[in-house]
Design a protein around this ligand. Structure first.
Ligand code: NDP
Length: 455
């Protein structure tokens, strides 16, 4: 048989696929990356980037109010939804071109179309012009994930995060279902943009998996800003209403909304890829099962990013892509550290966290010391705003290592990123104590926490 056209065929030009394609091409590997949508994947088109832009937009609301406390006379401010959408769309279009350019400049071939693996080493690509087959030594599935579809009646009347960025009309009454990252972020953002927001979740607290103090604290701060939180409630059904949608809860509560956002998790996107016919092993939730080297059970077939559903975060997808390329074409020493994955939730105020929650630390270590402080940030002494900030350290008493670091407050993600390096390097509480603070900042609180809270 003739030489395959490509050494590596990557399906999906999102965070994982583009990084994988670029790094391989830079090593002289003949790479194709296939995509049936705009390059950049969820992160660029319907996720992290537009979300953060909208979060910036939402913060101005309070900034205008806060400026008054500092002597600024601010006239009546108003928000224009079409302007934000248009400016976001232009920026995302620019990024789509950047992503395509990154691949091209590295020497990878970006192919358009819907991919299906017809046999090991053969991908069929279908677009408006027809179907073509490509042969490659190896194939990487990097197709990401998509919003889970809820089971309740009337779910089709609601939207997912995919549609939120481009809603034709601004939702003056928004109901959000879910208590995870996406639900909390959109609730905060649309509240900041001026919507009346109700958030409904089945748990007793938002953000399962996060530290319990963080969960309670952020919910209280979101409520202070006007998000109406309905904990421990399930959805009975959604119905069409005169103006918008009626959301009926299990206790009979009826909520009227212009838009209902459902954000109950994201499922791996594997439909139509031909994986069942190939006998690719999938987990119960549809995630492609891979070994520690991101190889599936089918020789020459690999998978990385949200489609393997280890940690659905862009930087983790990038790290997996780098580890895979190193394994396939480098010395294979690069590994992903899933223990110290820092993460931020762009609620208002933000959450930043790395390492273990207090509960997880107590389950893992015999003795745990906890340090915690909550305070009003200096900025708000003049704004008069009641927003508070939480910082928390969780320490393994035996080794003195800081095993969990958590913050709820302005720019928590920016602050925690730096501390994540220290934690990865094994910083002890004594290291934190001997570090000189930067004054006056919120971050200095992390190095001035002296007394543990009582267990
Ligand atoms: P999450 O897994 O974060 O949260 C899902 C939420 O939906 C939970 O509150 C869960 O409740 C609830 N839920 C699940 N099933 C049902 C159901 N049948 N009925 C009612 N509620 C239900 O998912 P998201 O969709 O918010 O986000 C997906 C992933 O995307 C995140 O986990 C994260 O990895 C990533 N992401 C990261 C961001 C960032 O880095 N800032 C931003 C946005 C997304 P329960 O807890 O009770 O199970």
């Amino acid at each position: 048989m003739s030489e395959p056209e490509f050494d590596l065929f990557v399906i999906g030009a999102g965070s994982a696929g583009v990084r994988c394609g670029r790094l391989a091409a830079q090593r002289g590997v003949r790479v194709a990356v296939a995509e049936n949508d705009a390059p950049g994947g969820t992160c660029v088109n319907r996720g992290c980037i537009p979300k953060k832009l909208y979060s910036y937009a939402a913060h101005y609301h309070e900034d205008f109010e806060d400026a008054r406390g500092y002597g600024w006379r601010v006239g009546a401010a108003s928000f224009d939804w079409p302007t934000l959408k248009r400016r976001r769309a232009a920026e995302i279009e620019r990024l789509n071109a950047v992503y395509a350019g990154v691949l091209e400049m590295a020497g990878a071939t970006l192919l358009r179309g819907q991919a299906r693996i017809v046999e090991p080493g053969v991908v069929e690509l279908t677009d408006a012009g027809g179907t073509r087959r490509h042969r490659a030594r190896r194939i990487v599935i990097a197709t990401g994930a998509e919003p889970a579809v809820p089971p309740w009646p009337g779910a089709a009347l609601a939207v997912s995060s995919d549609e939120m960025f481009d809603l034709p009309a601004f939702p003056h009454r928004l109901a959000v279902i879910g208590g995870g990252y996406i639900a909390c972020e959109f609730a905060s953002i649309f509240r900041g943009l001026g919507a009346e927001v109700t958030q409904v979740y089945r748990g007793t607290h938002v953000l399962r998996g996060f530290d319990d103090d963080v969960r309670a604290f952020v919910a209280a701060e979101m409520a202070k800003k006007g998000v109406a939180l309905h904990a421990a409630r399930r959805v009975a059904r959604l119905e069409r209403a005169d103006a918008g949608v009626l959301l009926v809860l299990d206790d009979g509560t009826e909520l009227q909304a212009d838009t209902v956002l459902q954000a109950i998790g994201r499922v791996p996107r594997t439909r139509g890829l031909g994986l069942e016919a190939l006998g690719v092993a999938l987990d119960a939730n549809g995630a492609v099962r891979v070994d520690e080297g991101y190889a599936t059970n089918v020789p020459g077939l690999h998978a990385i990013g949200d489609v393997i559903d280890r940690v659905q975060l862009t930087p983790v997808a990038l790290a997996e892509a780098m580890a895979l390329i190193d394994r396939l074409y480098g010395d294979g020493t690069r590994q992903v550290d899933y223990e110290h994955v820092p993460t931020a939730v762009f609620t208002h105020p933000n959450i930043g966290t790395v390492g273990l929650s207090e509960a997880d630390a107590r389950a893992r270590y015999e003795r745990v010391r906890v340090y915690r402080s909550d305070f009003r940030a200096l900025k708000h002494t003049l704004t008069g705003r009641g927003e508070r900030t939480l910082v928390k350290l969780v320490v393994d008493a035996a080794s003195d290592r800081v095993v969990g670091l958590h913050m709820v407050g302005a720019d928590a993600g920016e602050i925690v990123q730096g501390f994540a390096v220290a934690m990865r390097a094994g910083a002890t509480k004594a290291c934190f104590d001997s570090t000189i603070g930067i004054h006056p900042t919120m971050a200095e609180e992390f190095v001035t926490l002296r007394e543990p809270v009582m267990a």
